[in-house]
Design a protein around this ligand. Structure first.
Ligand code: ZN
Length: 229
């Protein structure tokens, strides 16, 4: 009997943990819904001059549009950079207000973090749908719950550049090119939420190389809303 009780409570715990960390409801977008050779480049944690501007120069050189998941307190510091991102035709998304480990916080806190950044983006002139990505991709139960209530998707990715661990452009480029396939959503960083001293020159250089290589391979680049709506 004791063994059965232990086994049942063990299974219940695993089940609850599973539901918490992998909520089985809501919409979690991991890749674009297409078989065509298209890729969405996404940049998190900005706006962060001078790297965001350098990145915009590279994207403009290649005539490529991308999606920027921005952090509210950075938007407040650098509104002109946000305006440039919008003016140059890129998509802007919400990446919380202060980049906490959002998935471990109560729903009311999650809601406030998302709302504050939505509001800032609207004030700056973002129109249409604002896509959302949780910091550190923590789409845990509180985040999934708040998003589902607002009928809103979570935008994840299926290609990690690992550019938050290295700024070696060779390694970032190799990592991304080795994983990209049709419909991939690639996560890179123009900002530096965790390591504030990090520079993003490696990401800027890698972006130049990634775009050049993928274009030669027949890929084109889209913003998230170009494909999944
Ligand atoms: Zn982030």
């Amino acid at each position: 009997m004791k063994i059965i009780i232990t086994a049942v409570s063990g299974l219940a715990t695993v089940g609850l943990l599973w539901i918490f960390f992998r909520p089985p409801f809501g919409n979690n977008i991991v890749h674009l819904n297409t078989n065509q050779r298209v890729v969405a480049l996404t940049y998190d944690d900005g706006p962060c001059p001078p790297y965001t501007d350098q990145l915009l120069d590279v994207l403009a050189k290649h005539d490529v549009k991308a999606t920027f998941f921005m952090v509210g307190n950075q938007i407040k510091r650098h509104p002109d950079t946000v305006r440039r991102v919008i003016a140059e035709g890129h998509q802007v998304g919400n990446h919380s207000y202060s980049h906490p480990v959002l998935g471990l916080l109560p729903p009311s806190y999650v809601h406030r973090e998302i709302e504050r950044t939505d509001k800032l983006l609207r004030q700056i002139g973002v129109t249409g749908e604002i896509v959302f990505r949780a910091p550190i991709l923590t789409r845990f139960l509180p985040v999934a719950w708040v998003l589902a209530k607002g009928n809103r998707a979570h935008v994840s990715c299926n290609v990690w550049s690992w550019d938050w661990t290295t700024q070696n452009p060779d390694r970032i480029t190799k990592m991304v090119l080795g994983k990209v396939k049709p419909g991939s959503i690639v996560v890179l960083h123009d900002g530096k939420a965790i390591n504030r001293k990090a520079n993003r020159l490696g990401t800027v250089e890698a972006t130049d190389r990634i775009i050049t290589a993928l274009k030669q391979d027949g890929y084109r680049f889209v913003r998230l809303s170009d494909v999944y709506n």
